[in-house]
Design a binder for this molecule. Structure first.
Ligand SMILES: Nc1ncnc2c1ncn2[C@@H]1O[C@H](COP(=O)(O)OP(=O)(O)O)[C@@H](O)[C@H]1O
Ligand code: SF4
Ligand SMILES: [Mg+2]
Length: 318
């Protein structure tokens, strides 16, 4: 499988009021053609920052971002705009993508009309209608304003906007987290259908494992800006290697989100500051040992395709 997205040693530090926050720290991540990678971790673990780096909506402090084989970090804003037609994002809050001052049709069309090679007005209208139909909305909604739609309809409009430019990759940043339980299942089912119809690759982000586990081929677990575990979904859930992944697996509700969507409430990172040396999870880890506080902890293979960053993983390496 060729890789659509490939991040290498990507990092991002924010500087604010004399404080430096390392939101993303030396992350490697790959998403293959038509693959769904689930990115999970609690609030503040760096998921949204990584999502925005993947699309070069923010520039990483270090590392490489490859999309469809091309390194993006050295490209100009204009060159990036052209590439962005092939990679789109769906935000947690549909309002982030929908301008309340403009009609639904205008917002859906924007990825096409923002380009120099914009199609004719007639073609734009047709493509908007087609995109709205694909997300199971009445094309007549194109003349309405976002404020006239329900939350679920707004998120469908956000998805229509994301697919109109025929991307190969969608980054879905908690696309169902702000929606009522009753509409979540429909959005998950829609995303599954669109992936099958359009051959999309998904980077599906959630703080909640039960939302992504039915969709994801592979899971990547982040904790405080680092990847602490990654591997095939079934293997990682059956036998997590990292104590943090174990906690996420134990906290999940064992239900199919398409039937009964009930994600766990979002928890924030604890107030305790992790030590600068040793394992960043040591202050919460039930398995912590003396060497955890001093040794450097890096990702190492457990089995083929399953990696964990823990000195004393729950399953031994094979
Ligand atoms: N623009 C920013 N300026 C300063 N700090 C930021 C900014 N964006 C994110 N952060 C910080 O980076 C960390 C990771 O945030 P984020 O990527 O939003 O995590 P998540 O999506 O997993 O909740 C948090 O500590 C957050 O406060
Ligand atoms: S390295 Fe030590 S503290 Fe860190 S997760 Fe593993 S056992 Fe826990
Ligand atoms: Mg986020």
């Amino acid at each position: 499988m060729s890789q659509v997205l490939s991040l290498r040693a990507v990092g991002k530090a924010f500087h604010r009021g004399g404080l430096t926050t390392t939101a993303v720290d030396a992350v490697d991540l790959e998403v293959g053609e038509r693959e769904t990678v689930g990115l999970i971790g609690e609030s503040g673990s760096g998921k949204s920052t990584l999502a925005r780096i993947a699309l070069m909506l923010i520039t990483p402090s270090c590392g490489e971002v490859r999309f469809e084989g091309e390194e993006l970090t050295a490209l100009s804003p204009r060159q990036l705009r052209v590439r962005r037609a092939r990679m789109q994002i769906v935000f947690q809050e549909p309002a982030e993508a929908l301008d309340p001052q403009h009609t639904v049709g205008w917002s859906v069309a924007e990825p096409l009309t923002a380009r120099r090679d914009r199609p004719s007005p007639g073609e734009v209208r047709e493509r908007v209608a087609e995109a709205l139909r694909m997300v199971r909305l009445d094309p007549a909604l194109a003349t309405r304003y976002p404020g006239q739609l329900s939350g679920g309809q707004q998120q469908r409009v956000g998805i229509a906007r994301a697919i109109i430019s025929r991307p190969s990759l969608l980054v879905l940043d908690e696309p169902t987290s702000s929606l009522d339980l009753s509409v979540r299942a429909g959005i998950i089912a829609l995303l599954q259908q669109l992936q099958a119809d359009l051959g999309l690759a998904y980077l599906f982000i959630s703080h909640d494992l039960s939302t992504v586990e039915y969709l994801a081929d592979r899971l990547v677990v982040m904790y405080r800006g680092r990847v602490v575990e990654s591997g095939p979904t079934a293997a990682l859930i059956a036998a997590p290697g990292h104590p943090y992944t174990r906690a996420l697996v134990d906290a999940r509700l064992d239900v199919d989100p398409r039937v009964l969507p009930a994600p766990a409430p979002e928890t924030a990172v604890g107030a305790t500051t992790p030590a600068e040396t040793g394992c960043p999870y040591a202050h919460r880890c039930p398995r912590v040992a003396d060497d955890c506080r001093t040794a450097t902890v890096t990702l190492a293979p457990l089995t083929a395709g399953h990696e964990v960053a823990c000195l004393h993983p729950l399953v031994p390496a094979r």
